[in-house]
Design a protein around this ligand. Structure first.
Ligand code: HEC
Length: 157
């Protein structure tokens, strides 16, 4: 135990000493533009979505979005998450069941419908999923959710 403590202390000292010269900044990197910067609207959706995910999705799809192999599919870079907006919105509003393939793995489970969420909450959670867990897909707007919800009702489902 004692040896281990000395080892860590030495390691820390070496680390601390070597870091001293790395604070210089190149003058070229001062005013970098941020083309990927999110709109205020998207940032708000992210905050709403973070909450909704933690309340309604996390139990099945897990904290890291990777799901549970064989039971709950991953949300990381899937053809559903990155794919068609209407289909993705419909999964949350109407749930999903029957055999599906996600990133080459077959699932045959039941996802419960979440139509009780508001348009903003659905847009939020999907924007959050699309921008988390290593994903980088476009935000979903509350207007799009409202449209899909309206066409659901027209179809009588
Ligand atoms: C009760 C567990 C459960 C909950 C809660 C749940 N899901 Fe699912 N989800 C599933 C299952 C199971 C499937 C696959 C359904 C099938 O096999 O047909 C699925 C599929 C999906 C898919 C399509 C496949 C993929 O992995 O890309 C998405 C997207 C998705 N869920 C997002 C969500 C979001 C967002 C929430 C929260 C609003 C949520 N789910 C809540 C169990 C759940």
């Amino acid at each position: 135990m004692k040896n281990l403590a000395i080892f860590f202390t030495l390691g820390w000292l070496l680390f601390a000493c070597s870091g001293g010269t790395q604070t210089e900044q190149s003058s070229e990197s001062v005013a970098e533009p941020e083309p990927e910067k999110m709109s205020a609207e998207a940032l708000k959706l992210m905050a709403v979505g973070n909450k909704v995910y933690g309340q309604y999705c996390i139990a099945c799809h897990q904290t890291d979005g990777k799901g549970v192999p064989g039971a709950f599919p991953t949300l990381v870079q899937t053809e559903w998450v990155n794919g068609d907006n209407t289909r993705l919105i419909s999964v949350v509003l109407n749930g999903l069941q029957g055999e599906i393939t996600v990133n080459g793995e077959t699932y045959n489970g039941v996802m419960t419908p979440h139509g009780f969420l508001t348009d903003e909450e659905v847009a939020g959670v999907l924007t959050y999923v699309r921008q988390s867990f290593g994903n980088d897909a476009k935000p979903i707007s509350a207007e799009e959710v409202a449209e899909v919800r309206a066409s659901n009702t027209e179809a009588g489902t």
